[in-house]
Design a protein around this ligand. Structure first.
Ligand code: NDP
Ligand code: MG
Length: 393
């Protein structure tokens, strides 16, 4: 039996992970399941898999969770400390699928226990790449990427020498507004941004796909995970979302990873690694598909991609600033306080402000420094958004 935990179990990635382990229940001993607000789902899964502990990130949800777990034998807990304690329980494999920077610390703790970390939480690498990679190395732990593009690159690199890689190309569907003009995008609502053409994902990453902030984070994630130079990471728009990434080698050969847009492939690959096992993911019928198309992204419509380039070049803690400013700008967009294009305008201004003025940007990438600069970036976004609100009144 493999001991496993799922962080962010109630979300889109978490539920796809549960779908896979449900098919081989006798092989897994579930230690911890965590969620945020969805206590009905968390409790149902914790009882079904007889987990040791179920944790909600939010203290005000604990009474509901306790109620739902009464007489089940599953421990109920809440809050940041409880998440960290749950992450420290020894497991063989832990899925990191909390959304946002909140996923960083539990993943780090799991690595410190020597667990294999299935990493969906791209924010961990964007904000604290060197810290995560060092923790894995120091503790003999392994990180297996779950983001579909990074899983694709990881698979294409199987048996290859990383020094022969010239280029890594991440594909982007283009999201909900692929064919929209900038003027149309400026008027876009959160509801419209939540309509992804090909993938079914959580609300936040779906909106990030429409703005290409998701791809921008993935560019940074790829740089950190595969230790690439900024000029080695490229983005291509590929509306069909069937080629997830390509790796170009020094001899001119390119390896592409092709598959259905179903996250259970990447999750299952991380779950079964280093083996390949059958998964409930249908093979593509390329003859029926007929065509695959690719083109370069329009950087005017997607400033997030341009910002990712400058963050890669700037290094230091600029990834943590970029991610935190993006998370907070997204909160404001979802709350209707700012427009769709204001997200990148705010991120750019905050990034420039902090990069230009704070010496912390070049501080060592420690958890404390990351969390500190993360708070500064969020407050800077708030100050801009609320001040411009006040000016308009
Ligand atoms: P969801 O929004 O569907 O799920 C997020 C999970 O995190 C839920 O369990 C949610 O709980 C929980 N959560 C929310 N806020 C907090 C918090 N502050 N502290 C702790 N837990 C919290 O997201 P996704 O599953 O779509 O994405 C998860 C991660 O995986 C993200 O980093 C995303 O970028 C990445 N990813 C996702 C892909 C996808 O296909 N969905 C593809 C590639 C990467 P609850 O729902 O109970 O409130
Ligand atoms: Mg992805």
């Amino acid at each position: 039996m493999r001991r496993i935990s799922i962080f962010g179990a109630t979300g889109s990635i978490g539920q796809s992970t549960i779908d896979l382990i449900r098919r081989d229940k006798d092989q897994y001993d579930v230690v911890a399941l965590t969620g945020g607000a969805n206590m009905a789902q968390l409790a149902a899964d914790a009882v079904e898999f007889n987990a040791e502990v179920a944790v909600t990130a939010f203290d005000d949800k604990l009474p509901e969770l306790r109620d739902a777990l009464r007489n089940s034998g599953v421990e109920a807990a809440s809050g940041t400390r409880a998440l960290e304690e749950a992450a420290s329980r020894p497991v063989d494999w832990l899925m990191s699928a909390i959304v946002g920077a909140a996923g960083l610390k539990p993943g780090l703790i799991a690595l410190e226990q020597g667990a294999t970390l299935a990493l969906a939480n791209k924010e961990s690498l964007v904000t604290a790449g060197p810290l995560l990679m060092q923790a894995a190395q120091q503790h003999g732990a392994k990180i297996i990427p779950v983001d579909s593009e990074h899983s694709a690159v990881f698979q294409a690199l199987n048996g290859e020498d990383i020094s022969t890689v010239e280029r890594v190309i991440l594909t982007a569907s283009g999201g909900a507004f692929r064919d929209w003009t900038l003027e149309q995008m400026a008027q876009a609502t959160a509801k419209q941004a939540m309509q992804h053409p090909n993938w079914s994902m959580g609300a936040r990453i779906t909106i990030d796909s429409a703005s290409m902030f998701n791809k921008a984070l993935e560019v940074l994630e790829a740089k950190e995970f595969f230790d690439l130079k900024p000029e080695q990471v490229e983005v291509l728009v590929h509306p069909e979302s069937l080629v997830h990434a390509l790796v170009g080698f020094c001899d001119g050969g390119m390896m592409a990873h092709v598959g259905a847009p179903d996250m259970r492939h990447a999750i299952g690959y991380a779950l079964n690694w280093p083996k390949r096992r059958p998964l409930p993911v249908p093979m593509l019928d390329l003859a029926t598909q007929g065509q695959l198309s690719f083109y370069a992204p329009n950087l005017t419509n997607y400033p997030a991609l341009r910002l990712a380039q400058s963050v890669m070049k700037r290094g230091g803690l600029s990834g943590a600033v970029f991610n935190a400013a993006k998370e907070r700008a997204l909160d404001h967009f979802m709350a209707g306080r700012i427009g769709f294009c204001d997200m990148s305008a705010n991120v750019e201004a905050v990034l420039e402000g902090i990069t230009g003025s704070s010496s912390l940007i070049d501080a060592e990438v420690t958890l404390d420094n990351v969390q500190h600069i993360d708070r500064i970036a969020r407050e800077s976004v708030d100050a801009r958004v609320f001040n411009s609100d006040a000016q308009q009144k």
